[in-house]
Structure formats: C-alpha cells, structure tokens
Design a protein around this ligand. Structure first.
Ligand code: NDP
Length: 487
C-alpha cells in the first residue's frame, strides 16, 4: 500500500467502553421478558420475522459494509462474500429446515409400553449468551443469533470490544424492524468482565474465541451448570501430495492463509509438501502472493487488508523472527504501516516443525511451508498439535486422499478444498482436541439451542394401574418379567 493510497484517518478505532454491569443485567432481564412472548409465537411466525429482519439488513447493506470495513479494514469483497453471503446460506438452511428439525419427534418404545405415546419436544433454552471474537464480526454473531432466535430464544451478545459498532448496528436494525418483542436481541459491549456477566445471566453460552479464554468460559459456565459450546482456535495443516493439482493447491494455500489477513480460525496455518513438488509448489505460491493487492480502500479491487486486533502485530512479528532465527527463508512480512496494523504477506520457506510458526496459532498473514519425505510423515506432523479444528489434503487421487484424510485429527476436513464448511450449514462445525467442545450448525446445531423434553403419555386403558405399581406380589413380578422378555 503506498502512502498516496492511504485513507485519510490515520488512527484506528479503539476498543469499546464497558457497559455498566447493572445495565447488562437490565438488558438480560428485558431479553427474558421478551423471550417469554417470543416463545409463544409459532415457528412459522418466528421464521417469517427472522427473514424480515434479514431483508431489512440487506436494505442497509452498504452502511453495514462500511461499518465493518471501518472496524476491521477488511476488503469489501470479503465482507460481502465471506460474511454476508455466509450468513445468508446459514439463514436459508435454518429457515428452510427449522420445521423438520424442531418438530416433536416420535420415540420408539419397548413392547411393554405399547399402550403409551413417547416423543421428544424441543423447548427453547431461554436466554442464549453469545461471546464472539473480532475476526468475523458479522458472520459469527449474526449466524448464531439467527439460529438461536428461530429456536425461540432471546440473545444477549457480547461482541469483541474491537468490533462493537457492527454488533450495535445489528441491534439497531433488529429493533427498528418492529417485528420482535422489545429487547429480544441485546448487545452488551465491553471486554471480558462484561463477557463474564453475560455468562452469569445466560441459560446457555456459545463462545467463539481463543482456547485460553474458552477454558475460563467453560469454568464459569460449569460453576452455574449451564451448557457451554466452545469454538476455539485452529492450526490448519494443509498436506500437498506429489500428485496434487498444483495450480489449484497453490491458489488455495494463498487464499486459505491470506484471506481476512490470515485471521480465520480455519485458515491454513502450515503447509506440508512432498519433497518432489516442493520447488514447483513454492514457486507458484510466491507468484500468487506477489500479485496480492493490499490496501485499506473501501472498494472491491483490494485483496488484503490489515490486522484487526493490535496485539496480533507483535504475535505475527515474533513468529516470523523466530522462524528466521531457526533458519527459515522469509519472503515479505514487512510492517507497512504499524499505526494501522498493515503487515505485508509473509512466506516462511524451508520451515521446520520446531519453529513457533508451525506450532502456535499465528492468526495473521504468514504462511510457513515445509518439505516432507512422504504422506505418512505429513499426516504424523499434521497431527502433532494440541489443536484440531481444520485440515486439508491435496491429491489427484481422490480415493487415496480421502483414505489418508480419515487419519487426520480435525473436526473439519477438506479434500482438494478448504474453508467452505461454515457455509455448508448442514455440516456440523467444530473441532477436535483443544479446538473446542460441541458443534454449531447442522440439525443438532439448531437443536442445541433447545432443551429436549421427553414426554411419555399413557393412552389406554385409561383407568387401570400399571402392574409394577403397589401393591407388589409374585404374580405381578412374573407378568412384568414376561412382558419385558417379549419387548
Ligand atoms: P478471545 O478469546 O481473546 O476473545 C473472545 C471473546 O471473549 C471476546 O469477546 C472477549 O472479549 C471475550 N472474553 C475475554 N475474556 C473473557 C472472560 N473471562 N469471560 C468471558 N468472555 C471473555 O479471542 P479473540 O477475540 O482474540 O479471537 C481470536 C480467536 O478466536 C482465535 O484463537 C481464533 O482461532 C478463534 N476463533 C475460533 C473460531 C471457531 O469457530 N472455532 C472462529 C473465529 C475465531 P474482549 O476481547 O472484548 O476483551
């Protein structure tokens, strides 16, 4: 980015001020009152109103994109394609499938209970607390909020303090639609202390963020015995086999790492390439990287923006320096504008597994590539991590790639593909190992916003007691044992 292209504002927006904790509690109380009304709406009404909210948001699309751009510096294309289109696909899946997913489900019962009805109802949890990070300020909170609302809940959202304006914009449009009981979707701005208060108020927590904070959130939720779903960090290993479609794989590595300036939990964090194609692959990658257009202009002709969270700059630079000290060849990675958190994309060539950049989540525009002798070595190194969110494998032999992929310890697997899982909402989204607990999306990801209520209803004979009730006697024992054996 040249100085001439730089936007006029030289300072980035700072973190939001904390909402007073009594105000967070008041918002939670109001959201509960709203939910008591909302849960009585039919599912059809809820779906229609959520669709109405989405239509209003689309009508404000340009303003929304400019708010997200101001807070994050993301290229407009990424806001529109990766965030807005992502939400739309999530919304379509849940609105089209909500009736099937949330309808009462008949349960099978043993023969001895054949004179009764058994079924499961899905009852909204009440107040769902969402605690979200700064990297996708629209996609993550909005996708989850829409699902929680369709399931009949109120939502109390604590966005990252660095991307609060986006959340406030959503809350404003939601309220202005007039389609919902007042306060049903509430935003509580601030840092972790506000997040802790959200956990103290909610009936369920869906947390997206770092593994470290996720652990603290899980402890706080355990104290209250409320369910807690955790979507945490990732260290995506991309395995490029010698028969991979190299052009596609190289383009995928560059997009998979540098989209959103590398701040994507499922983004490529390390590449293992079979020795035979290492030079050809890295050349293609280097050519792709050299063509990236970095800038903070709001238009569509920009590929790469900036870091969002100031402390990420230190993290990224520390990982690059560690790699250099341990013998890697680094291309790029210069700090273009420290005040505005702009770092040029960095390639770390000849990376080694012991380098920090291969082991710690970088969450920035740095792509380490390491040569391996064989696919088995690549799989072993890929699994040599505490994290297990996403992984991908690249080969023209689809059957072999899928077989190898079964050995990868990650919740989201790409075969000649990556990073699309979030938009395929029928797939459960979440990680193995320290990358999380539970899954969002899929049918279960809508049902998780409900408690299952199991109903057993006696049908006939209306007034007869059960043989296992008082008074006990031997004949009844024989009868029940016989009926149990028949069941
Ligand atoms: P953090 O864990 O730092 O923060 C996440 C959210 O938790 C923020 O809103 C934060 O508030 C809040 N928070 C911090 N402390 C507490 C606390 N004690 N109690 C309750 N809430 C608290 O993550 P980042 O915002 O730095 O996001 C980056 C991380 O998110 C990466 O590790 C990335 O991999 C992960 N991520 C995972 C995804 C997934 O689906 N698996 C998707 C996207 C990101 P504040 O920051 O305002 O102080």
């Amino acid at each position: 980015m040249s100085g001439a292209e730089a936007p006029a504002a030289s300072r980035l927006p700072g973190p939001a001020r904390n909402m007073a904790l009594e105000d967070v509690r008041a918002k939670a109380d109001k959201a509960r009152e709203a939910q008591a009304q909302w849960r009585r709406y039919t599912l059809t009404q809820r779906v229609e109103r959520v669709r109405g909210f989405w239509r209003e948001l689309q009508a404000s699309k340009d303003r929304l994109i400019s708010v997200v751009h101001r807070e994050t510096g993301k290229p407009a294309t990424e806001i529109e394609v990766m965030e807005l289109c992502g939400v739309e696909l999530i919304l379509k899946y849940f609105t089209r499938n909500a009736h099937r997913i949330l309808k009462d489900q008949a349960a099978s019962r043993p023969w001895i209970f054949l004179n009764k009805k058994a079924y499961v109802r899905h009852v909204p949890r009440g107040l769902v607390g969402l605690i979200t990070p700064w990297n996708y300020p629209l996609l993550i909170p909005l996708g989850d909020a829409l699902a929680a609302l369709i399931a009949g809940n109120a939502v109390l959202l604590k966005p990252s303090e660095w991307t609060t304006d986006t959340a406030m914009f959503l809350e404003g449009v939601f309220k202005a639609t007039g389609l919902f009981p007042d306060g049903l979707l509430a935003v509580a701005p601030g840092d972790g202390t506000v997040g802790a208060e959200v956990i103290a108020q909610a009936d369920m927590i869906l947390f997206t963020g770092s593994t470290k904070t996720g652990r603290a959130v899980a402890k706080a939720a355990a104290e209250r015995l409320i369910p807690c779903v955790l979507e945490l960090g990732g260290k995506h290993p991309m395995i490029v086999l010698k028969d991979a479609p190299l052009e596609r794989a190289a383009k995928a590595a560059v997009w998979g790492r540098f989209a959103n300036s590398g701040q994507t939990c499922v983004g490529v964090e390390r590449v293992y390439v079979e020795q035979e194609v290492y030079d050809a692959f890295t050349e293609l990658v280097a050519r792709e990287v050299s063509q990236l257009r970095q800038g903070l202009e709001p238009g569509y002709d920009v590929d790469l923006g900036r870091l969002i969270y100031p402390r990420q700059l230190e993290t990224v630079l520390a990982l690059i320096n560690d790699a250099k000290e341990k013998g890697a060849r680094v291309v790029g990675g210069e700090v273009v504008d420290a005040d505005r958190l702009v770092v040029a994309p960095a390639l770390v060539l000849d990376a080694k597994q012991e380098m920090r950049v291969m082991r710690e989540e970088a969450f920035g525009p740095v792509l380490p590539i390491m040569a391996v002798r064989a696919s088995e070595e690549a799989v072993r190194l890929a699994n040599d991590s505490e994290l297990g969110l996403a992984a991908s494998i690249w080969s023209r032999d689809l059957a072999r790639a899928e077989t190898l992929a079964a050995h990868l310890e990650a919740g989201l697997i790409g075969v000649n593909d990556l990073m699309g899982h979030y938009a395929v909402c029928s797939l459960p989204f979440g990680g193995f190992k320290q990358s999380g607990v539970g899954r969002r999306h899929s049918d279960d990801g809508l049902r998780m916003f409900c408690q299952s209520q199991s109903v057993l209803a006696h049908e006939w004979p209306a007034n007869a007691p059960e043989p296992w009730w008082f008074p006990y006697n031997e004949l009844k024992v024989k009868l029940v044992s016989w009926l149990t054996k028949l069941s």
